[in-house]
Design a binder for this molecule. Structure first.
Ligand code: AR6
Length: 175
């Protein structure tokens, strides 16, 4: 499973994967951070399509076309605003699971995730990385697609954290 996972440091909007995941809010009508970058790069047609979706629940996701982006689809996932409650990891895992299920249903072979909820939503990255990897590994263990999952980390610090978390899992697998 781990061999299907890759790390990338930089701007997710530049990735030529089949689908990129957006860290959206429940309105799905755009915002700052990665959401703003995706809408800017995709062009105004993305917002037009998002207006037809009727928002999205926290912990879930919806799919649209990707317009001017190199990707074919954008999967808009709504992460939890971090509160320290036991619901947080369940909702965050729901974002990854739902996005991967939408990828499978739309013949997406490669998908890239940003660090959902780890910006203005305040989720501690050290916890979020474990939730992201657990949910992804579990999905890949029980489904044939997607073939490739990329975690796109904007900062070097987050990239290093993901690298370490993956290395620990690789090590655990070899033992
Ligand atoms: N490519 C990859 N990662 C990025 C990019 C990019 N171009 N830009 C930012 N990040 P955030 P959230 C990283 O705040 O915490 C929006 O206003 C960023 O460094 O974008 O889920 C929405 O509309 C951080 O590590 O998303 C919501 O209202 C990660 O992406 C709210 O923010 C997520 O940070 C969602 O907050």
């Amino acid at each position: 499973m781990l061999d299907k996972i890759e790390l990338y440091q930089g701007d997710i909007t530049r990735l030529g994967v089949d689908a990129i995941v957006n860290a959206a809010n429940r309105s799905l009508l755009g915002g700052g951070g990665v959401d703003g970058a995706i809408h800017r790069a995709a062009g105004p047609e993305l917002l037009q399509e998002c207006r037809t979706l009727g928002g999205c629940e926290t912990g879930s996701a919806k799919i649209t076309k990707a317009y001017r982006l190199p990707a074919r689809f954008v999967i808009h996932a709504v992460g939890p605003i971090y509160s320290g409650s036991p619901q947080d990891p369940l909702r965050l895992a729901g974002c990854y699971r739902t996005s991967l299920r939408l990828a499978l249903e739309n013949d997406v072979a490669s998908i890239a995730f940003p660090a959902i909820s780890c910006g203005v939503y305040g989720y501690p990255i050290a916890d979020a990385v474990q939730v992201a990897l657990d949910a992804t590994v579990e999905f890949l263990a029980t489904h044939d697609a997607p073939a490739r999952v990329v975690f796109a980390l904007f900062s070097h610090q987050f990239f290093t954290l993901y690298q370490r978390a993956l290395a620990v899992r690789e090590e655990g697998r070899r033992k």
